[in-house]
Ligand binder design. Structure first.
Ligand code: PXG
Length: 294
């Protein structure tokens, strides 16, 4: 089935869906996005994703012409037109078409793009555990481009991922400007110690919606969870380690920088979180519903 994409205010077959070459999203990475998932005919945490998109847009002073409700409805309609039951949704807003030159005052209306796919590419080893190396690239310091902004500038993350590929690892771990652990290239990170879970505070990483969900689930499971800084020593010596994000879900990490984590297999706490997450994503969410009169 060839997909239908929402772009420039209407739905188009994917082969005809395009943006203008003078769009500042393309020329300057000037825009924001969300990666969202649907499970069993429901979009998981749709409102929270749209809320975060508006926060990112506000930080970039990108004025959106739709309300949160209107954007949510466009997302749901894109799912309906692509018959999504389980799938991946990419919502992108660019600064829109402008002149050459990065001054956003030349841009007209922001461009809204929604792509929905019935599946998502995952890590090859996501169920047994992935290998990670620490990247030589650092996450940007909070006083440069805030890592809380989910912008179209992912070069820092792409370079880290290329480095991980070169070094034969599945994923890269990035440190913050001070050398503390920040996050992976498209996932947040948690360690399991004798005191329970720990994850870095969000000043140096994306406020992940999966991260928030994991913290909620840990509370429900009676597993302590601290938001605190930690360094590589704590990662290398953690009992368990996992990364989490909308695309990856919750994925155990079995090796970091050549050091085996725990017993080199998924640990008991991670297993509990993986199972609780799998239940939650299928038990909640905004119903996609059916299109009338198609
Ligand atoms: N950190 C970074 C840098 C991310 O890009 C996360 C953490 C996890 O956030 P969520 O809210 O998803 O738990 C991300 C998420 C993609 C894709 O297609 C990327 C993400 C999510 C979904 C798809 O590249 N990044």
């Amino acid at each position: 089935m060839s997909g239908v994409v929402y772009v420039s205010g209407s739905f188009k077959p994917e082969s005809q869906a395009s943006v203008n070459v003078l769009d500042h999203g393309l020329l300057y990475g000037d825009g924001v996005f969300e990666g969202i998932r649907a499970y069993g005919g429901r979009v998981f945490k749709l409102e929270r994703h749209i809320d975060r998109l508006f926060q990112s847009a506000k930080a970039l002073r990108l004025p959106l012409t739709q309300t949160q409700e209107e954007l949510g409805e466009i997302v749901l309609e894109t799912c309906r037109r692509n018959a999504i039951v389980d799938g991946y949704i990419r919502l992108v807003i660019t600064r829109g078409r402008g002149d050459l030159g990065l001054d956003p005052r030349s841009c007209g209306t922001p461009e809204v793009i929604v792509i929905a796919r019935p599946q998502i590419a995952l890590y090859k080893e996501s169920s047994v555990g992935v290998t990670v190396v620490t990247s030589s690239f650092r996450r940007p310091a909070p006083d440069t481009v805030s890592p809380s902004i989910k912008s179209l500038n992912y070069i820092n993350n792409v370079l880290a991922r290329i480095e991980a590929n070169d070094r034969g690892a599945d994923e890269a771990l990035l440190l913050d400007a001070n050398g503390f652990v920040a996050e992976a290239s498209a996932d947040n990170v948690f360690i399991v110690t004798d005191k329970g879970l720990a994850t870095p505070p969000t000043a140096t990483n994306l406020s992940g919606i999966t991260r928030e969900t994991v913290i909620e689930l840990a509370g429900e499971l009676g597993v302590a969870c601290q938001e605190r800084v930690f360094n590589l020593f704590e990662v290398w010596t953690a009992r368990e380690l996992f990364i989490c994000g909308t695309g990856a879900e919750v994925v155990p990490v079995v090796s970091v920088d050549g050091r085996t984590i725990g017993h080199g297999a998924i640990g008991p706490v991670t297993r509990q979180i993986v199972q609780a997450y799998a239940r939650t994503v299928r038990a909640t969410g905004t119903p996609i519903g059916v299109t009338v009169g198609q």
